[in-house]
Write a protein that binds this ligand. Structure first.
Ligand SMILES: Cc1ncc(COP(=O)(O)O)c(C=O)c1O
Length: 396
């Protein structure tokens, strides 16, 4: 019995248990399996970036509370990054906010910009923190489901956004569209035309856009086009980035938000009461990382392209239907061809069957049926680990 006979967990969070990633990573450890569930690299990022963090710690830079918006060096580096890669100018003093990873940026943006009852359109399947943060903010999530291209359209199928469905999802209560491109878990990279149509819709219906672009440098086909670069969008877009994915230091939890002073100011109001500030010494290191030459970013992409192909080809040979991703470090598969129907049961049994951990895509869906037979694998792992996983999976 809990005090006053009431559930301990706030009702807004009642539907969200432990995240699937924690559950699956614990299963991987327990069974000694190869963990292709959670998206974290099994090797650290560049040595010079790690050294930069050590130097900052030793020199006493960032060991005490850094400034609330983030250290000036990192805000300047984020602004320079947006200018270098996308030609988007941001004022480091008023238009950049450093956060505790993209996760806090998402939470702070939604808490800042939503009123209870506001509707938020999100592309389903979605990264699991979206639904929880919309709920925490008292908003209502309205999923628009990405769907695979028809089976006979091409040898390899991809996930697409139905723009009519998106348009139909907008109501008078819609406050914002929560975008994610490159998209986890489908690996879809929204095209310039798709983004232009979303931008047009946002302007026409006077909507905000919060866009999670943490995989911006992991694009293998097509190009990453920031939402903020479309006409009329700079003033209504909150863009989220993260050092975790781009520099392979997911444990550092350094992320950022860019937008107009008004938008960034609103997000900062929420962020200051969540974490107040983010880890100091790592901010100095990430400032250096963002200034790495283009070769670093291209090298990362080519490295992951090779890994994508090792895993995608291996999964296809093992009998999975593979949706080869255009971006991110995840590959979505369909297990129907293996004679399986339920991704959750499949993932729970997989460690015992062949010593590999994956994640059932159904956890990313409100429409559980749409994701039922889908399973996601991460390929941000060493080549030999991926090859080992593939040979284990071929036992299926
Ligand atoms: C789409 C998406 N957004 C945000 C995050 C979290 O980023 P961070 O580790 O910077 O909080 C992830 C991590 O997997 C992600 O896939």
């Amino acid at each position: 019995m809990t005090p006053m006979g009431r559930p301990l967990l706030n009702r807004r969070l009642a539907e969200f248990g432990t995240t699937i990633f924690a559950e699956m990573s614990a299963l991987a450890v327990r069974t000694g399996s190869i963990n292709l569930g959670q998206g974290f690299p099994d090797t650290d990022g560049p040595e010079e970036v790690r050294e930069a963090a050590v130097r900052a710690l030793r020199d006493g830079r960032g060991n005490q509370y850094p400034p609330g918006p983030g250290i000036p060096e990192l805000r300047t580096a984020v602004a320079a990054h947006q200018q270098r890669w996308y030609g988007l100018p941001y004022d480091p003093d008023t238009e950049v906010l450093v956060t505790a990873g993209a996760t806090e940026a998402i939470a702070a943006s939604l808490l800042a910009l939503l009123e209870p009852g506001d509707e938020v359109i999100a592309l389903e399947p979605y990264y699991d923190s979206y639904a929880a943060c919309i709920a925490l903010a008292g908003g209502t999530r309205v999923p628009v489901t990405l769907r695979p291209s028809p089976a006979d359209a091409a040898a390899e199928r991809r996930y697409h956004l139905d723009l009519d469905e998106l348009r139909d999802a907008v109501t008078d209560r819609t406050r914002l569209i929560l975008l994610n491109t490159p998209h986890n878990p489908t690996g879809t990279v929204l095209s310039r035309d798709e983004l232009a149509a979303i931008a047009e819709l946002a302007c026409e219906r006077d909507l905000l856009v919060v866009t999670d672009e943490v995989y911006e440098h992991l694009v293998f086909e097509g190009e990453h086009v920031p939402m903020a670069s479309f006409p009329g969008m700079r003033e209504r877009t909150v863009t989220i980035g993260s050092a975790g994915k781009t520099f392979s230091f997911t444990g550092w939890k350094v992320g950022w938000v860019t937008g107009t002073p008004e938008l960034v100011g609103a997000v900062r109001s929420a962020k200051q009461f969540l974490t107040y500030v983010s880890a100091g010494p790592f901010q100095y290191a990430v400032a250096e990382a963002l200034a790495l030459p283009d070769d670093y970013f291209h090298g990362l992409r080519e490295d992951l392209r090779r890994k994508r192909d090792i895993l995608s080809d291996g999964l296809a040979e093992a009998g999975f239907q593979v949706f080869r991703p255009s971006g991110t470090y995840f590959v979505t598969t369909d297990i129907t061809a293996l004679g399986e129907k339920d991704g959750l049961a499949f993932c729970l049994g997989l460690p015992e069957r062949c010593g590999v951990v994956a994640v059932p895509n159904s956890v990313f869906y409100d429409d559980k049926e749409a994701g039922r037979s889908l399973v996601r694998f991460a390929f941000c792992k060493q080549d030999e680990v991926l090859r080992d996983a593939v040979s284990r999976l071929q036992r299926l």
